[in-house]
Design a binder for this molecule. Structure first.
Ligand code: FEO
Length: 395
């Protein structure tokens, strides 16, 4: 392991998953990391573990710094298996260690790994653990990312370890924000926020406000995925405040799929209509663009226009998959509208509108539908439809 020191006595012992390309459906083109940290003081504490595929690497990393019987505490900030699935083997090796988690963390550990984990000790917001010169302070953070999630704050070092929050799926040789390309870093940070944390936007705003009100100084944010923010931790805090506030610009995302090109022609005409009003457009065809990237584009858009051909009286399967994904992520404050083509009987547009309304989305009606192939008159209607949507978001 390349020895990575955050501050004296605070060591990164995680692993880089260079070739991860799918994180439960989220396309991770730049891989990821599972960050774990070892704190060496009078007492020794391990903060989180890694995905079990990399257990051996974690064991080697820890062994280079201490022996397992000397570990006094294992802190479990989050039970999702990318952070906890090495815990059973690590807990066996670190046989003198107390395991600490939130109450919901303890419950989830038992449900994941069995009754052995009944011995987990629970902590709650404000609880502290003295390691010697250092103090760990805990802050429960339910739904960032799961009900069990919590943050660990190293008081004297001013390091916040918030697990999933402020992370990115980014494999790199550098471990810190000043060692990687800033543009790439922020691109992965926003993609991660949009695809993992977007449903919890109100909780994120509240949790950040809570941390700010606590007045705790933060020199470093060390999340469980990707790089550690040390150059300017406020950059990612401000970005989260902006994203969770739902700040959007005059931008329309048109997402569609097509069978024989009719819906494609309609999509292009709608885009022309939007652009003619001076509004930015992103035109994204599914099967060419992943749901992961579509959702990231939607984050700062004021309107989303979805187009589908009708197949067997229903929306196209890729559109069904996209709507399932995006309704789960609950993007707030967008205007949604729909269009599509059909042969002898429709169904796609009706199905899409119903799905959007059921999800509580604001739907702009009427929609535009074309039988078989759009003629010039149909395309004119599509251009006007785009103009109407642009006017709505400019109003
Ligand atoms: Fe990185 Fe919610 O686990």
């Amino acid at each position: 392991m390349v020895n990575v020191v955050l501050k004296e006595g605070v060591n990164w012992v995680g692993v880089v998953d260079w070739n991860l390309r799918d994180f439960h459906g989220y396309v991770t083109r730049r891989g990821s990391t599972y960050n774990a940290y070892l704190i060496l003081d009078d007492k020794i504490a391990l903060i989180d573990t890694v995905k079990s595929t990399f257990s051996n690497e974690l064991i080697e990393n820890i062994s280079e710094l201490t022996s397992f019987e000397k570990i006094d505490y294992i802190i479990v900030n989050h039970v999702e298996m990318d952070h906890s699935s090495s815990l059973p083997i690590i807990a066996k090796l670190a046989k003198n260690a107390k395991i600490m988690a939130s109450q919901r963390g303890k419950d989830a550990l038992i449900e994941h790994y069995g009754a052995d984990f009944s011995r987990v000790e629970t902590v709650k917001t404000g609880d502290e653990l003295k390691l010697g010169k250092r103090t760990l302070r805990f802050l429960e953070a339910p739904m960032l990312h799961w009900p069990d999630s919590m943050f660990t704050y190293l008081v004297e070092d001013k390091i916040l370890m918030p697990n999933d929050a402020f992370g990115q799926h980014l494999a790199s040789s550098g471990r810190f924000d000043d060692e990687v390309d800033e543009h790439v870093l922020m691109e992965e940070a926003i993609t991660y926020y949009a695809n993992i944390l977007m449903p919890f936007a109100p909780l994120i705003t509240r949790k950040i406000q809570e941390v700010v009100q606590m007045g705790i100084p933060i020199d470093m944010i060390a999340p469980s995925h990707g790089i550690i923010w040390r150059k300017d931790p406020s950059k990612i805090i401000n970005a989260y405040l902006n994203w969770s506030a739902g700040t959007a610009k005059q931008k329309v995302v048109i997402v569609f799929d097509t069978m024989w090109g009719s819906t494609d022609k309609m999509a292009r005409a709608i885009a022309d209509g939007v652009i003619s009003q001076g509004v930015e457009v992103k035109l994204l065809k599914l099967r060419a663009t992943d749901n992961t990237d579509v959702v990231t584009e939607i984050l700062d858009a004021k309107a989303v226009v979805v187009g589908s051909p009708t197949l067997n009286n229903q929306m196209f399967p890729t559109i069904g998959s996209f709507l399932t994904y995006v309704t789960g992520l609950k993007p707030k404050g967008k205007l949604w509208s729909f269009f599509g083509s059909y042969g002898w009987g429709g169904g796609a547009v009706k199905g899409m509108v119903e799905t959007a309304k059921k999800a509580g989305f604001e739907v702009y009606e009427p929609s535009v539908e074309v039988k078989y192939v759009p003629d010039n008159e149909d395309l004119k209607k599509c251009i006007e439809f785009g103009q109407q949507i642009a006017a709505k978001i400019k109003a």
